[in-house]
Design a protein around this ligand. Sequence first.
Ligand code: KG4
Ligand code: ZN
Length: 330
Amino acid sequence: MVDDRGSQKRRGTGGGPQLLSSIVASQVATHRPYGGVVPELASRSHIRFITPVIRDALAKAGVAPSAVDAVAATAGPGLAGSLLVGLTAGKTLAYLLRKPFFAINHIEAHVYAAFLAEPTLKPPLLALVASGGHTELIAMPRHGVFRILGRTRDDAAGEAYDKAAKALGLPYPGGPALEKLARRARREERMPVARMRDGGLGFSFSGLKTAVALAAPKTRDRAALAAGFQRAVIDALLGQTQAALTSTRSRTLVLAGGVAANGALRDAFKAMTAERKVRLVVPPLALCTDNAAMIACAGWYAAKRRRPDRLDTPVRASWPAGSPLHEVAA
Ligand code: KG4
Ligand code: ZN
């Protein structure tokens, strides 16, 4: 749940949205025995938790359903079954309350998490979104406008983390477990960092993932392998982001998505932006990994700027940031 901060007229807070409550129903325990997300179990969990989560979010915010001004829900990209549950709940709520409805892009919402963290934040900015499904450098010239400058050609950074972690025998979810193991390392195994032959702003992590999978059964020093993997991922993300900062001349950088929860990554980006005198905004951990607050924040800005979406808006398993939903093929 987010609210108008502008109405409070507090100086320096910018007038952006204010977070009232954020409820996350974690499915980690459900998927852990399988070592990854099982789509069918994910949508069933969504069905089970959607109503209590909405109820909790309203209760914790101290807001009666009748006092809600607008409803926002994710329409994509992601697993169709899970998207359907959330989108249907959002549209139903909007219909029952007779309030405007806004369909939100999940990747754009990861960028919008930064606007919750920093009320004074304003576009233009550059964003690196690194999650389990996406690794993208995105220019945001103004609210609601997103241009993808580069993306991964194969695995997403988070996916590489999860697969490398699995190869190292670490429990799901792999990202945080691998980070913890790497922290214990006394040395770093040298790992390959993919360079884009076309000089573009893309990424590639599948070679790195395979290198870990091949080395893991033979190594006596798993921590060194984990640290080497993490170094290679961070070098790739850092290098391409620096190239994008140079080419766009952006003075503001947002680091977003689940992988931005990584402490070593945060530190590397802090050092790089301090040196370049670029403003860095990284949402707090809870707003980096998937959450509904960032969807509400994107909805708040959408409501300021554009007309609501129709209640027959469909889900889109694949929906690039910046593309109008109605132009995306089913
Ligand atoms: O954004 P997110 O919560 O969900 C998606 O939209 O994908 O991102 C989840 C991804 C997972 O791949 C997870 O392993 C990774 O973010 N992740 C991390 C860390 N915490 C979560 N990766 C590296 N280090 C972490 N501390
Ligand atoms: Zn996400």
